[in-house]
Design a protein around this ligand. Structure first.
Ligand code: F6R
Length: 614
């Protein structure tokens, strides 16, 4: 949440900062701001609302603003204080010489603020961040050294932060530091960059350095100096970023979400590549470092995740229990961390996270690690904080996901769970080889089936249009597709703001059925398998209450025509693999409804892609 970016070099800083913020917009978009050193004076430009508002301000003053070759910028997802101009970053001190941008939460900001106010600091915002600006200015007054001022300030700050700081009197220097919030430095030729995430840098450099907690970096155009919080000099590994700038282009699609939905066949191929070679060969999962004997001894698996990743985890539970005969608990990370969890060395704890930066999931896996569990992380960001907590790291290789609503990363997480479950089943010999071979074959042909669904999206579009004025929406399913119902509902509510809920079809008559009438659409996920008939009869019950019925099915059954107002037909698929296909039409329904309603599909209100606060 919140994105920060800094540039120092010979080019006009404002262009690079605005480009960087555009590529970090997925981290928040309540307000934005930049600080530049223009003619030896630190100048702040801020705007409430979307980044475009800041761009408009910059455009009006461009000839003046474009002179600066050093600057820092911020895109905000409000935590402390409303998304107003006063609360937008950068924040400054009394004399206006210091500018600070921050991602995270300063937990002891109230005490710090009280102390600083007593010493004469005047606060202009309600943010926790402004304390840092005053604190750094105070420390600079004592030391006349910006790096030292930041270092001393971080000794007094509690909480999570990634910070970038400039000072009017220290020309050509940016100081940055982090604790429990991501920060990456980009190395250029006669220029250097710093940002919350790679998309802000990738246009300019592929050479990067990830900061660890409590490290402080001092950037000039030609140098990078790294120290720890006790002032010891450090060297840091420079890495080559695997991303291509093209990942940040919509490639002709109207929205990133639509592009990312269409990337899913290739995402499946990528995840399987090198791991599933042939149906008669065992899965290769070099990333799982847990000893094979220990896998055999596992008596329990716990999976922690949030949001869409939690839904992938719920599918993972079904598959692992079915294939491996190991009890699996799935819990939202935010619940896991505030109770006495029974976790030990014979428990495998799996953390699932697209971003690898979700604060609750990081805390959950750290807690489990302290209790001796092996930590397996499934993430789209092998460069993330969570990845660094991993004993086994399974990168899902979905590529950068820009749309706030997760789609292709969900697909990649699902496929990773199939691979992990087959891998454990092969180690434990818990499934007949012919059944595993059938599933492997189905995984290999899955991309073609997804392509078929995408090729017939006009039917889905028509259905979406017919229901786009609905205020509420119910998704029902049973068994392994119950998480699909939850995920379909989540996609719809987050981008269209329709009140959508997923229920197990069997629970409908225990309460929710009271809501049904002719205004309520009910979408039944009716995939062939052991619960097909049950869901069909639950759908009859809903129809009898006049609900408007939609079926999502792989069945050709003619009888469905009488029961359902709309039928979305997808290729036939085994029940166990069906969540990886049935989710695609639901992503498209959510997308088209939001598009018909004219919503901001890629940046829905109140959300941020990377939830770095608890
Ligand atoms: C929904 C969505 C969120 C995330 C959740 C966890 O489309 O994207 O629900 O799934 O915030 O994020 P990660 O997976 O990054 O831990």
């Amino acid at each position: 949440m919140c994105g920060i970016v800094g540039y120092i070099g010979k080019k006009s800083a404002v262009d690079i900062l605005l480009e960087g913020l555009t590529n970090l917009e997925y981290r928040g978009y309540d307000s934005s701001g930049i600080a530049l050193n223009i003619d030896n004076k630190v100048q702040l430009y801020k705007a409430a609302g979307k980044l475009q508002n800041l761009k408009n301000i910059v455009e009006k003053n461009y000839s003046e603003i474009s002179k600066s070759t050093i600057g820092i910028g911020h895109i905000r997802w409000a935590t402390h204080g409303a998304p107003t101009i006063e609360n937008a970053h950068p924040h400054s001190c009394n004399c206006g010489k210091v500018a600070v941008v921050h991602n995270g939460i300063i937990e002891n900001y109230k005490e710090l603020r009280e102390k600083l106010e007593k010493n004469g600091c005047t606060f202009r915002s309600q943010t926790d961040t402004e304390t840092v600006a005053h604190l750094v200015a105070t420390k600079y007054g004592e030391t006349h050294d910006l790096t030292e001022a930041v270092r001393l300030a971080t000794k007094e700050i509690e909480g999570a932060y990634a910070l970038c700081v400039i000072h009017q009197d220290v020309k050509n220097t940016i100081v940055a530091t982090r604790r429990n919030a991501p920060l990456v430095v980009g190395l250029g030729d006669g220029e250097n960059f710093v940002a919350s995430d790679v998309p802000a840098l990738i246009q300019y450099t592929k050479k990067a350095m990830y900061l660890d907690d409590n490290q402080i970096v001092t950037l000039t155009p030609d140098s990078i100096k790294l120290i720890d919080i006790d002032n010891n000099p450090l060297s840091q590994k420079v890495e080559t970023l695997p991303w291509e700038p093209v990942a940040l282009s919509k490639m002709g699609y109207k929205h990133f979400m639509l592009k990312e939905i269409h990337e899913q066949p290739d995402v499946v191929r990528n995840v399987l590549s090198g791991k599933l070679r042939a149906i008669d060969e065992n899965i290769t999962l070099n990333e799982v470092t847990l000893d094979k004997d220990k896998i055999k001894d596992l008596n329990r698996i716990q999976i922690v995740a949030c949001g869409t990743s939690l839904h992938a985890a719920m599918v993972g539970k079904y598959i692992i229990e079915d294939f491996c005969g190991i009890a699996v608990d799935v819990e939202p990370s935010s619940e896991y961390i505030y109770r006495k969890t029974i976790t030990d060395k014979n428990t495998l704890v799996i953390g699932v996270s697209q971003s690898g930066e979700t604060a609750d999931t990081i805390t959950a896996v750290r807690q489990a690690k302290c209790k001796g569990s092996h930590i397996l992380i499934i993430t789209n960001r092998p460069d993330s904080t969570m990845a660094r907590e991993a004993d086994s790291l399974v990168p899902v290789n979905a590529g950068i996901e820009v749309s706030v609503a997760a789609t292709k990363s969900y697909m990649a997480q699902l496929i990773s769970f199939y691979l992990i479950a087959i891998y454990i089943a092969e180690v434990k010999n818990s499934m007949p080889a012919n059944e595993l071979a059938d599933l492997k074959h189905e995984l290999i042909v899955l991309p073609q089936k997804i392509e078929k669904v995408l090729a017939h999206k006009e039917d889905i579009q028509k259905c979406a249009k017919a229901f786009s004025s609905s205020k509420d929406f119910i998704f029902i399913a049973r068994g392994i597709n119950f998480p699909t119902a939850l995920e379909g509902a989540l996609k719809l509510k987050e981008i269209s703001y329709i009140n959508a809920t997923g229920y197990t079809a069997g629970e409908l008559k225990h309460g929710p059925i009271a809501m049904l009438d002719e205004s309520m659409p009910v979408l039944s996920i009716l995939m062939s398998g052991k619960v097909y008939d049950k869901i069909l009869s639950n759908s009859e019950e809903a129809k009898a209450r006049n609900a408007r019925m939609i079926a999502l099915t792989d069945s050709e059954d003619e009888k469905l025509n009488e029961l359902f107002d709309y039928i979305i037909r997808i290729p036939e698929i085994s029940e166990i693999l069906s969540p990886a296909l049935s989710i695609v039409p639901l992503q498209l329904i959510a997308y088209y409804i939001a598009e018909f309603l004219g919503k901001d599909v890629d940046q829905p209100r109140n959300l941020a892609k990377s939830v770095t606060v608890e």
